[in-house]
Design a protein around this ligand. Structure first.
Ligand SMILES: C[S@@+](CC[C@H](N)C(=O)[O-])C[C@H]1O[C@@H](n2cnc3c(N)ncnc32)[C@H](O)[C@@H]1O
Length: 330
């Protein structure tokens, strides 16, 4: 096959250049001959002398889909370095220029990650009351239901019909570690139950509310799947139940609109109880406006609050963060 022969001392620089150009033949071992190194290539490369040589097929498995994907060399720098994996489904965010190559990217992901059975691209931002996004099928099965494992629990869900982010697993474990045995928990925006099912391991009872009927359907299944009979799924607008029950711990995982539900959260918290509040912020004011809203809502209800902690949970957009504020209601 076609090859490029270069002195050993230049080999690393040339290897990087060939990768950049996307002309290094995949699946073959690079070869040494005395003081020279031979690279198998797929086409003639300007500035290098070509030779003909035999290469052994390499058995090394690629680590990233980027090593095997077939896209034009000039687009390679745009290939995302990561994507979300929910159960056995991959969801990738593609820049516009790569959308016409979606199928090749999907196939490459399936080839490298054998446990992934379906690949989708994000077709829109998360939007609407249910916080779901459009998805475009790229490769593999046309299936959107899966079972995701995190923090020792199993979560059945449909990635096209409900909100779910695997990137919050560490945050959920952090809240779980703060929780005490025997608590009453209110998960105001429960989704398919990643907080509720986890916290139910310690809590007496978890009231898990969501307005999306699909989320509550999966929440009910997940309660059975994980044998957590102390999770009580509630379908509907949380405004209808807030204040009518009192919890020791309240989870407000609706970062886009949580500020509008602060009165409901505080009214549903027992004296001494804790609220885990989530929001989105620009890096120039990560916590100020959220804490102001918390103090204002508490003041309107004649309650006092004590901020227990604040942190960045994850980046959300350029210079914007998903943040969390924990506060005690007195
Ligand atoms: C960002 S998702 C969080 C889901 C879940 N806590 C998680 O971590 O995966 C917010 C959820 O709130 C639900 N929701 C939005 N408005 C609501 C409301 N007024 N009452 C109850 N649930 C609501 C949405 O359907 C969505 O499932």
């Amino acid at each position: 096959m076609l090859a490029i022969k270069v002195p050993k001392r230049k080999a690393e620089r040339v290897r990087r250049r060939l990768l950049e150009l996307g002309v290094l033949a995949r699946g073959y071992s690079i070869k040494r001959e005395g003081d020279f190194v031979l690279f198998p290539v797929t086409e003639r490369v300007e500035g290098f002398e070509l030779v003909e040589s035999e290469f052994k097929e390499s058995r090394k498995r690629p680590h990233s889909y980027r090593e095997v994907v077939d896209v034009p060399a000039k687009l390679r720098p745009l290939l995302p370095s990561s994507f979300d994996i929910i159960g056995d489904i991959a969801i990738i965010e593609l820049p516009e220029e790569l959308v016409p190559h979606g199928r090749a990217i999907g196939e490459a992901i399936l080839k490298v990650h054998r446990h992934i059975k379906a690949v989708f691209a994000k077709g829109s931002a998360v939007s609407g009351e249910y916080r779901v996004r459009e998805l475009m099928h790229l490769a593999g099965e046309r299936r959107t239901e899966t079972i995701h494992r995190e923090n020792g629990i199993r979560l059945k869900l449909d990635v096209a019909r409900v909100y779910f982010s695997p990137r919050l697993a560490t945050e959920r474990m952090r809240v779980f570690k703060m929780a005490k045995r025997g608590e009453v928990v209110l998960d105001m925006f429960a989704g398919v139950g990643p907080y509720s099912i986890l916290l139910a391991k310690k809590a007496d009872v978890v009231f898990a509310c969501d307005i999306n009927p699909w989320a509550v359907k999966y929440l009910e299944e997940n309660r059975r799947l994980n044998r957590r009979e102390n999770v009580i799924p509630i379908l509907g607008d949380v405004r209808k139940i807030s204040g009518r029950l009192k919890a020791d711990r309240v989870i407000m995982n609706l970062p886009k609109f949580a500020r509008d539900f602060l009165r409901e959260a505080i009214a549903s918290t027992r004296r001494g109880g804790v609220v885990h509040y989530y929001g989105f912020s620009h890096e120039s004011d990560l916590f100020g406006m959220h804490e102001k809203a918390i103090l204002k809502a508490a003041g309107e209800l004649g309650r006092e609050v004590k901020i227990l902690g604040r942190r960045k949970v994850r980046p959300y957009a350029p210079r914007q963060f998903n943040i969390a504020v924990d506060f005690r209601v007195l």
